[in-house]
Design a protein around this ligand. Structure first.
Ligand code: SAM
Length: 282
């Protein structure tokens, strides 16, 4: 019988952020494929795990995937971990999962930390619909073109970023997307954790110097409507009037309510609550 491929999430900083199941499986599998074996050894030592490790990173992913598939086919259980968070999310893992599926090897996720979800839930920006764009291109021209493609997406935008590019990325985001609320979540779960919230222009000046921009970061940007800026006129607007207008333009009720919520910078639940109360009052 073929073995199982486990994609195991590990901490993004604080070593306690790992599940009991992940610790158990890391101790039970035949081999752990790691992005950086020395880095993962620190985690394994912390939990007293002696399982054999081999390297599996972006430069040997293709050949290592073949080798690992052979082991899986011959009955070995394999765990894949990355340096931080969930493997396959801006990290190696996807290719092996894909080949394993093609070879009828069972693929099992072992969930846990991921920087994008941790940053999003603490950001205070809407979580109902979001778009994760991984790392934006390193070159400004390509980065600006990518941001322009995402300009009118009705979702919270999430990107991974490093300390060397955050200032340039914030500047490009301000110029291409216009002023919006945003968050830079830095060093999450670590000693110098910081969640900086503000408008894109405030964050651009906040992170303009190299000293202010240390560590690993997630950049989160609000969707097109800036609720705070429009709070005076928008949030007082009638949900039912907007819904009626959108329905008259051909949208069904559900789509009309969704669009009204977006335009008012409200969650769908909040828009629905207001709609019910406005109808009751009238
Ligand atoms: N697989 C990881 C995950 O699930 O989050 C992401 C790996 S990706 C190569 C590394 C990027 O994730 C960093 O450049 C940073 O943008 C983000 N990141 C990882 N750890 C972080 C942390 N503790 N705080 C903020 N961002 C982090």
């Amino acid at each position: 019988m073929a073995g199982t491929l486990y994609l195991i999430a590990t901490p993004i900083g604080n070593l306690e952020d790992i599940t009991h199941r992940a610790v158990r499986l890391l101790g039970q599998v035949d081999v752990i494929a790691c992005e950086d074996t020395r880095h993962t050894k620190k985690l394994l030592n912390h939990y007293g795990i002696n399982t054999r490790t081999i390297s599996y990173h972006e430069h040997n992913e293709r050949e290592r995937s073949r080798e690992l598939i052979e082991r899986l086919k011959s009955g070995a259980d394999v765990a894949v971990v990355s340096d931080a968070g969930t493997p396959g999310i801006s990290d190696p893992g996807f290719r092996l999962a894909r080949i394993a599926i093609d070879c009828d090897v069972q693929v099992v996720p072992v969930p846990g930390a991921s920087a994008l979800i941790s940053a999003l839930v603490a950001s205070g920006l809407p979580t109902d619909e979001f778009f994760f764009g991984g790392f934006l291109p390193a070159r400004s021209g390509a980065r600006r073109a990518r941001l322009a493609e995402l300009r009118s997406l009705p979702a919270t935008l999430i990107f991974y970023e490093g300390p060397h590019r955050i200032a340039a990325t914030l500047k490009d985001a301000l110029e291409i997307l216009g002023e919006r609320q945003a968050v830079v979540a830095r060093e999450l779960t670590k000693m110098h954790e910081e969640i900086a919230r503000g408008s894109l222009s405030e964050l651009t000046s906040r992170f303009s110097s190299p000293e202010s921009a240390r560590g690993e970061m997630v950049l989160i940007i609000d969707r097109t409507v800036m609720p705070n800026e429009n709070a005076g006129n928008q949030s007082d607007a009638s949900v039912s009037a907007l819904v009626k207008e959108f329905e008259a333009n051909g949208l069904d009720h559900r789509a009309a309510l969704k669009k009204a919520a977006r335009e008012l910078g409200l969650s769908r639940d909040e828009a629905y609550r207001r709609l019910v109360s406005e109808r009751r009052d009238s």
